[in-house]
Design a protein around this ligand. Structure first.
Ligand code: NAD
Length: 434
């Protein structure tokens, strides 16, 4: 095992909101940074940069509800690091959004963008709201007001939002329109994940799931796991989980268990994935699907399977359920689904974890293609986009695999080594100004 050499610069006292809440996503991220610091060599003197987001904007988002009352929601945009380029990261609408969560998600974007070597820093946004309780009109007003409030920070060459949990192409269209109206010119490149007719990219909707599948295939090859007949369990059957499940099923795998916010279902022969996707589209979730049995939510993690794909929210695999996991391969479609303690338990059990910061990087990779296409006003074919995506994911994964072997570290630490070196090298070359 190579000996880690670097020494971090002394930690100066952090503002209270940056302190590790060890149960929260930001605390989880800080632990991940601490693990990589010994491998950063001389760049470790810059490591504090990674522990402090560059900018945090907290906004009040007032809207008039359909019944005439005024409701206020708390929104955020965090730019974690901009050393390698403009901020890039999604916007989440969810009732549990917190500043700690958005900070962690923005930091994971910095790492992810550097891991696949797209020229972006990391950012993330969100509003603490249950959008399922809003009408379309209320959702539009919320999105437009939020976009105006964070207008200080965003822009095609400053910070480019994208969809995340409970946001989609329609929300991006409203964000693009609002920003464009405010600056007086159509600025398609201000967001990615837009509908194709508004400067969106072919292949973007499927990109994250396709990336999850691509790294899964690579890891299966390297570990001798046969995808044909492999049993797959998926938590979250939205954009990421649904597409990943579809691609694994098309490759011959059996999707035996699916959990989402409406229920947990099981079918040992494998669910009919296209039928389940159609059911979710009309019913809003997997609950009530006729082609599978209902399963107790807490039994999901112990399902007999070879591949487990958490593709819902963070903090799902914890010390309390990691011991039950039978999968050989965990592919993190979601951001931050595994706590550090659970990561160690999985490692000790010999479960290979493909970490979020590489496994779900397909979305931002095609977002990058979308942004490039918007700037050049020249659009590529879907085949070209998918081929470029697969190539970037395969090359990034191969490099990370090699670093993991070299240092005898987990793939998460290896991804952080590759990414943090890129970020901090950029930081060092730019220097401090003023
Ligand atoms: P989505 O809104 O399309 O789907 C979210 C899914 O999670 C839904 O199936 C929902 O039912 C399920 N879910 C929500 N709460 C749950 C709970 N408590 N228990 C079980 N399931 C629950 O969102 P998405 O875009 O698929 O994002 C899923 C994850 O992937 C998030 O962590 C997101 O940050 C991450 N991610 C998304 C993208 C992207 O391009 N969409 C890219 C990278 C990472």
């Amino acid at each position: 095992m190579s000996s880690p050499t670097g020494a971090a610069s002394p930690t100066h006292s952090l503002p209270s909101y940056l302190q590790a809440d060890h149960l929260g996503p930001w605390g989880n991220y800080l632990q991940q940074v601490d693990r990589v610091t010994p491998y950063l060599g001389n760049l470790a003197r810059w490591v504090e940069t990674l522990k402090r987001p560059k900018r945090i904007l907290i906004v009040d988002v007032p809207i008039e509800l359909d019944n005439g009352t005024i409701a206020h929601y708390e929104g955020y945009r965090v730019q974690h690091n901009l050393s390698r380029g403009p901020g890039k990261g999604g916007v989440r609408f969810h009732q549990d959004v917190t500043l700690s969560e958005v900070m962690a998600l923005s930091a994971w974007m910095s790492v992810k963008n550097a891991a696949v070597n797209v020229p972006y820093g990391g950012a993330k946004g969100g509003i603490r709201v249950d959008p399922k309780k809003l009408s379309m009109g209320e959702l539009e007003r919320l999105t437009r007001r939020y976009t105006s409030e964070i207008g200080l920070l965003i822009g095609p060459s400053k910070d480019i939002p994208a969809p995340d949990v409970n946001t989609n192409g329609q929300v991006m269209a409203w964000m693009m329109d609002t920003y464009s109206m405010n600056v007086g010119a159509t600025a398609t490149g201000v967001v990615t994940g837009k509908p194709v007719d508004l400067g969106g990219s072919l292949g973007r909707v499927e990109a994250t799931g396709r990336g999850v599948f691509t790294v899964g295939v690579e890891a299966a090859k390297l570990t001798g796991l046969h995808l044909d007949g492999a049993r797959v369990a998926v938590q979250g059957f939205g954009n990421v989980g649904g597409i990943a499940a579809k691609l694994f099923a098309e490759a011959g795998a059996k999707v035996v268990a699916v959990q989402d916010h409406t229920g947990t279902i099981f079918n040992s022969k494998g669910v009919d994935v296209p039928a389940l996707l159609a059911h979710v589209k009309t019913r809003g979730g997997v609950g009530g699907f006729a082609g599978a049995d209902v399963m107790k939510a807490e039994e999901f993690w112990g399902v007999d399977c070879e591949i487990l794909i958490p593709a819902a929210l963070e903090g799902q695999i914890t010390k309390d359920n990691a011991g039950q996991i039978k999968a050989k391969l965990v592919i993190e479609g979601a951001n931050g689904p595994t706590t550090t303690e659970a990561d160690d338990i999985l490692h000790d059990k010999g479960v290979l974890v493909l970490p979020d910061v590489i496994a779900n990087a397909g979305g931002v990779t095609v977002s990058y293609f979308e942004w490039v296409q918007d700037f050049s006003s020249f659009f590529w074919s879907e085949d070209e986009i998918n081929a470029r995506l697969v190539r970037i994911m395969q090359e990034a994964f191969a490099g990370i695999w090699q670093v993991a072997q070299e240092h005898k570290v987990s793939l998460r630490t290896a991804t952080f080594i590759v990414a943090c070196q890129r970020i901090l090298h950029a930081r060092e070359m730019r220097g401090l100004y003023p």
